[in-house]
Design a protein around this ligand. Structure first.
Ligand SMILES: *[C@@H]1O[C@H](CO)[C@@H](O)[C@H](O)[C@H]1NC(C)=O
Ligand SMILES: *[C@@H]1O[C@H](CO)[C@@H](O)[C@H](O)[C@H]1NC(C)=O
Ligand SMILES: *[C@@H]1O[C@H](CO)[C@@H](O)[C@H](O)[C@H]1NC(C)=O
Ligand SMILES: *[C@@H]1O[C@H](CO)[C@@H](O)[C@H](O)[C@H]1NC(C)=O
Ligand SMILES: *[C@@H]1O[C@H](CO)[C@@H](O)[C@H](O)[C@H]1NC(C)=O
Length: 426
């Protein structure tokens, strides 16, 4: 999601951790069908150790930045006990070595500015990857705790939006002018590949990695205030973005042949003549072409009717239409982020109201039901846990807290059980 509100972070001193090593598989040599503990795709299914792996999951982008291993362990353990199997998090945090007030992109407002953790910094046109204790070693800890907890991680490698730096940090530092220069300027593409290689090679054997994700929500354009502008005309389209996805997918598979790769898009369709932007490829999406790429192991889509000015009925169709794509292309599609606001937040954020019976439990529950009918795995935005050293994690309006049983009983605990039941019959 495009983050709009900050999070409060607390920091503890770092402890050291060695990179994990894992046995190779299979023990008898030959080309492995799969690698022990590492999820893969087979037809329209996710698989794990030879069995179907349909899952309920969630998002916790903040795991690497709280810099507190016991809180990470606590959060992942609570998630696991709730029946959640996969968490999506941020494996990026890019910044300038020196923050220029008023400069672009406007990162830092989301709470990252307060965290000592960052993974890459730019100075005088040179990117430096931070391998230190306040750099990738902090991510090592999250991966290690995920291994120990048995939670799998979707690892996003950059951001379309300004939160935690993302694409525009590369672009402003490497001679680009437009947001979409990220997809084609050779210098920028190479810098992103360099960062990608550093992260992917670090965990290429880890069973904690569910998949590599090129970016959170890659688009031709971004935020009108906090990001660089999109280039004029039709230069950026689904052709440019799809080429970039294919090229990056190939690059990652050259480093890591075990883990899946996806692109992290919101699921925009491209239908000639369709007047609905979400079906017209307005921002460089072409769901069927992207999903069809041999370099992509599965597809993703997101859903925020409140931000998108869409109705609950529209949203139901959006879920079903992605389920149909999973069936048609016989490749898994992950319902990767979704949220529906409380009435008071909706009024405050977007000044809208909806019928009173469209509660979070009713509307989100319906999406989950449809996703499950199509046998799609899902990950709601976002995990809400209490009992951390800082109390509960931040509520951005979409957070579903595990201890808010009115919501969590149907949408998390019962849903995870329903998903497990369907999985056991696959
Ligand atoms: C980052 O650095 C670039 C290059 O000096 C500059 O153009 C940009 O405004 C800076 N942005 C921030 C937020 O510091
Ligand atoms: C348009 O996109 C192509 C790559 O597809 C790129 O080479 C070219 O520089 C872009 N032009 C502008 C004005 O951004
Ligand atoms: C919210 O919308 C109502 C109309 O639906 C309007 O009268 C009001 O001015 C709006 N409030 C804000 C803060 O934009
Ligand atoms: C809300 O009520 C309307 C009509 O009374 C009904 O058509 C609709 O399905 C209900 N929506 C939910 C989410 O229950
Ligand atoms: C969840 O736990 C936190 C902290 O322990 C508490 O402040 C909050 O009221 C609880 N929420 C509910 C719905 O019980």
């Amino acid at each position: 999601m495009k983050l709009t509100a900050g999070i409060t972070l607390a920091f503890l001193a770092a402890s050291t951790v060695a990179s994990p090593t894992w046995p190779t598989w299979p023990p008898f040599g030959g080309k492995p069908k799969y690698h022990k503990g590492i999820p893969y795709a087979e037809g329209s299914k996710f698989m794990l150790d030879g069995k179907p792996f349909l899952f309920a999951g969630s998002n916790a982008y903040w795991l690497p930045f709280i810099n507190n291993p016991s809180d990470v362990r606590n959060a992942l353990t609570q998630a696991k006990h709730a029946g959640l199997k996969v968490m999506r998090t941020w494996a990026f945090n890019d910044k300038n070595a020196t923050y220029i007030p008023g400069g672009l992109p406007m990162y830092g407002g989301e709470g990252a500015g307060e965290s000592p953790i960052y993974f890459q910094s730019f100075k005088d046109g040179v990117a430096t990857i931070n391998y230190g204790p306040n750099g990738l070693q902090a991510l090592d800890k999250v991966v290690k705790i995920a291994e120990e907890t048995g939670i799998k991680l979707v690892m996003a490698l950059t951001n379309n939006w300004a939160d935690y730096g993302g694409m525009d940090v590369y672009t402003v530092n490497l001679g680009g002018k437009y947001h979409d220069d990220f997809f084609h300027s050779p210098k920028i593409v190479n810098a992103f590949k360099k960062y990608t290689a550093a992260v992917v090679s670090r965990y290429k054997d880890s069973p904690a990695i569910f998949a590599w994700e090129l970016s959170n929500e890659p688009r031709c354009g971004a935020d009108g205030t906090r990001n660089l502008p999109r280039s004029a005309g039709t230069n950026c389209s689904h052709v440019m973005v799809t080429d970039w996805i294919a090229d990056m997918g190939k690059f990652i598979k050259g480093i890591d042949k075990k883990h899946m790769v996806t692109w992290g898009g919101e699921g925009e369709f491209y239908e000639e003549g369709n007047e609905d932007w979400a079906y017209a490829g307005a921002d460089g999406g072409h769901f069927y072409n992207e999903l069809a790429l041999q370099e992509m192991d599965f597809g993703t889509f997101h859903l925020y009717p409140d931000w998108w000015d869409k109705t609950a009925e529209w949203a139901n169709k959006w879920v079903a239409d992605h389920g149909k794509a999973q069936v048609k292309l016989n490749k898994p599609v992950l319902f990767e982020e979704y949220g529906w606001l409380h009435p008071e937040d909706r009024l405050a954020f977007v000044n809208r109201t909806v019928p009173a019976n469209q509660t979070r439990v009713a509307v989100i529950g319906e999406w989950q039901k449809i996703a499950l009918q199509y046998k799609m795995s899902d990950a709601y935005w976002q995990l809400g846990v209490c009992g951390l050293s800082t109390g509960c994690n931040h509520n951005d309006g979409f957070t579903i807290y595990l201890n808010n049983t009115e919501e969590s009983r149907p949408l998390i605990f019962q849903h995870a059980k329903d998903v497990a039941k369907v999985n056991s019959r696959l």
